[in-house]
Design a protein around this ligand. Sequence first.
Ligand code: ADP
Length: 164
Amino acid sequence: MTINFKGIHEKTLVLIKPDGIQRGLVGEVLHRFERKGLKIVGMKMMSLDEVILRDHYQHIVDKPFFPGVAAFMQSSPVMVICLEGLQVVSTVRKLVGITKSCDAEAGTIRGDFAMSVACNVVHASDSVENAVSEVSRFFHENEILSYSKGEYEHIYMSDERVDE
Ligand code: ADP
């Protein structure tokens, strides 16, 4: 059976959280995404206000630990990144590792650089549906760029690439 991957390139949202910024891990984290072959299509620094945080973390807003998470996420700016690639949402979740960093697999970002549940270096969208709403929550349309990456020829087979 031939599997045709054409057309299923996705976008996903990554935040490098305040612990990643303060501990100087921005380059390390970006390096992991770049060497995997993912395309950076948007990136900026932001300080998160209460409104965007409550929206972004609406699934945990009623949990007792939310105020602590909110204070942590506002303790310094974050790096906001949009990545693109074939099945990028699930790929990035694998690179990031599980929420509880002390149990995260060695080789993942959380497994290699963190110990905490809350201070776990990065956020990454957990589904294609959430990725779509998270990218539009953090970026204006004109901040997401479309461009060709020469190295795609050596990262994907032709039927795995999207025509650009
Ligand atoms: P993930 O970021 O792995 O998708 P969740 O969506 O479940 O995890 O939680 C969002 C964020 O809230 C986590 O990344 C972490 O920073 C924080 N968090 C989750 N559970 C806890 C907890 N039990 N105690 C403290 N912080 C938590």
